[in-house]
Design a protein around this ligand. Sequence first.
Ligand SMILES: [Zn+2]
Length: 223
Amino acid sequence: MTALHRFLVSALIAASALPAAGMGYGQFDAALDGIASRWQTLPVEVIVDGGTLFGNSNGLALVQQAVDAWNSVNGVPQLMLRPPAQSADDFALANFASWDVDDGKIRVVFDEGGEIFAAVGLDPAGGVLGLGSTTAAISTGVALGGIVLINGHASVSGSGDLLGTIVHEFGHVLGLTHTPVGFGGLAPLPNSKRPTMYPFSTGFDAGTLEPDDAAGIRAIYGH
Ligand SMILES: [Zn+2]
């Protein structure tokens, strides 16, 4: 019997909606139906796209850096990168439909030309750098699988903050929504101090997490 599950889909905030905001990350509602999504068993295994970028040592180092950033905030490892030798799959539009989205793992996908973004109705040139999505059980919110999708069109054009985007989308898959901390008006923060879960890329994120990000993850996983 197929388990009832929900697939939390991404929405989009136009980058032009905020002044001097840079490129928009993908937005994602982690609390659909009022039930927050969380992983029951940690660490969650991360499978890396074996195609261009993530299939080479530079790309893998970026993903490892993003994994390490999240693993450092809660006292227990939350993510576990599968050894590269086992990451032979090239996730692409051609095999998109065959991915198992509820096998308990997170797939990190580099969408080379933005083909997958286009297939799900987003303009690859429209300013969204990445998407984070989770499949979760309807009744409990327990996460069943996750995808970090990186817009290769934006990244290869040089306009994206690739490491910052990967870290941000991992945050969504772990169950975090966007934060209001750092928005101009109430309590503006310099770019270097804005939380990773700020909804727009500043282009200056070195993959480091801020206190607001750590507080969010501790609220979900309790350390
Ligand atoms: Zn986001």
